[in-house]
Design a protein around this ligand. Sequence first.
Ligand SMILES: NC(=O)c1ccc[n+]([C@@H]2O[C@H](COP(=O)([O-])OP(=O)(O)OC[C@H]3O[C@@H](n4cnc5c(N)ncnc54)[C@H](OP(=O)(O)O)[C@@H]3O)[C@@H](O)[C@H]2O)c1
Length: 287
Amino acid sequence: MTKYIVTGATGNLGKRVVADLLNFTVAGDITAAVHSLNKAKYLVQSEINVQAIDYLNPQTMVPVFSKADVLVYIPSKTYNIVQRVQELENVLAAMQAANMTEMIFVSFYADQENNPFTMSGYYGYAPRRLAAAGIKYAVLKNSLYTDPLIPYLPELIERKALIYPVGDQKMSFISYDNSAEAIAKVAVTPELRNQGQIYTLTQNEALDMQTLGKIMTTVTGHQIGYQPVSVTEFAEIYAAEGDGTELASMYQAGRLGLFDVVTSDFETITGKQPTDMLTFLKLNYHE
Ligand SMILES: NC(=O)c1ccc[n+]([C@@H]2O[C@H](COP(=O)([O-])OP(=O)(O)OC[C@H]3O[C@@H](n4cnc5c(N)ncnc54)[C@H](OP(=O)(O)O)[C@@H]3O)[C@@H](O)[C@H]2O)c1
């Protein structure tokens, strides 16, 4: 039986990938590779193998990788681009030392050459690096996650408007659940992953912010329009949260029309339709 490792397995996406893999294989064939063991307590009752690893320390990864066949690599969220590249390099070095040759790389669609997002250099680098690594792999690029919109809604209701600095451009989204389902399916299906395939996971339509605001108005019962601020203002408004500048650079990419990508890759992989924005928000918004 093929053995799978999911990194970042205590994270928002990783825990869902682990759960979805159980639809295809037994718990004993899954290793949850976690950064902080204390966040993995909920897995202890299961037969899923839990192992601590640190992307910054290849020695922690080699013994774990040497017992499995397919690595689902969910990167950390650090905005330190040199560190993020080093983490990928360490993972590849550990795979080589462990004679592991198959990887699913979880990426983000902000990878165009002219993309100003702080991390776009990393997302441009990673697939090229994998192409040269002599391994079998696939890349699944997520579009913007829908899920952070749910805790953001109370602020939007108060503001009475979305403020993303993207003008009239459209952006595409995907939910954690849909993303995880596609990642798990690709992991268990060799023909979907062993030829350097590149997938972009999106809902069936990209949304301009007026339209997104209308959907939010329908779901919440509160008027949410669109009053864009500038990229600089956006960075200032969210500076206190620590990543205002990075998020502003991301929406600057949206303003350039770089996030309006729509594909049918989710359907190609799963045979299902992705959850649309109205349905997602209705299912997950509770006043
Ligand atoms: N599409 C989008 O809109 C969007 C938005 C934000 C992020 N992302 C990307 O999507 C991916 C998953 O997001 P998420 O929400 O699931 O993130 P998350 O919940 O923060 O999960 C990231 C996981 O990586 C682990 N990790 C961090 N540093 C590590 C290290 N040095 N060694 C080993 N593991 C480490 C974390 O463990 P600990 O918590 O124990 O450190 C955590 O389990 C990330 O790569 C992120 O950059 C995409």
